[in-house]
Ligand binder design. Structure first.
Ligand SMILES: C[S@@+](CC[C@H](N)C(=O)[O-])C[C@H]1O[C@@H](n2cnc3c(N)ncnc32)[C@H](O)[C@@H]1O
Length: 200
């Protein structure tokens, strides 16, 4: 589902970009390594900061950014207007029906998107489908315990049903042929977990 106004202000914000650039990007690179020459998808790309990180910090050759919200995709396109030299492609779409062929990407990134999706398991299945064998899945996700907190319930809008705990999320990956790799990190009182997994 699309973000409400408060969450849009929170994610379309220089502070969010700094966290993504200075903490999440370097941590995920440490866990999964660089992606030189790779074709990569940032699903739920928002205004495109993650796409920029994948080009600059991971060395990806080509990055696709996909988001459900056309307004966010327009913002991302503006960020790269005249600057991407064909290395960046944006599209509007949903993670549970990815508009890409099977085994198309070397890596897929989920920077805080799947907890916005009611049928997030279908999203995981689609991520597996578009990953090449041995392709990497990088994720940063928010737990049910976090979404149940007063502050999240009051100010933000998330699907009410089928939320996941860290354990449920990690257990779902192998069901779809994606094996978690070591090094899972937890931040903000375990509200957010960050890790990598590999398509078998
Ligand atoms: C919390 S924001 C994160 C944005 C960006 N990745 C970041 O880290 O700043 C979640 C994003 O996922 C998008 N989104 C929500 N449901 C989606 C779906 N079913 N498929 C693709 N994108 C979705 C939202 O529009 C939003 O841009």
């Amino acid at each position: 589902m699309k973000l409400n106004l408060v969450e849009k202000l929170l994610v379309n914000n220089p502070a969010r970009a700094l966290v993504q650039r200075l903490y999440e990007g370097p941590l995920l690179r440490k866990l999964g390594g660089r992606l030189d020459g790779a074709r990569v998808l940032d699903v739920g790309c928002g205004r495109g900061v993650g796409v920029q990180i994948l080009l600059e910090q991971f060395g990806a050759a080509q990055v696709y950014g996909l988001d459900l919200d056309p307004q966010q995709v327009r913002r991302a396109q503006q960020r790269f207007a005249g600057k991407s030299e064909g290395r960046v492609v944006f599209a509007v779409g949903s993670v549970d029906k990815l508009p890409f062929p099977d085994e198309y990407f070397d890596a897929v990134f989920d920077f805080g998107m799947l907890h916005h999706v009611v049928d997030w398991q279908a999203g995981v299945a689609e991520i597996q489908r578009v990953l090449k064998p041995s392709g990497l899945f990088f994720f940063e996700e928010v737990t049910r315990a976090a979404l149940n907190r007063w502050i999240y319930r009051t100010f933000l809008d998330h699907p009410a049903e089928n939320r996941f705990s860290e354990a449920e999320f990690m257990a779902e990956l192998p069901v779809h042929g994606i094996e978690p790799l070591g090094g899972l990190r937890r931040i903000l009182s375990n509200d957010i977990f960050i890790g990598i997994a590999k398509r078998t």
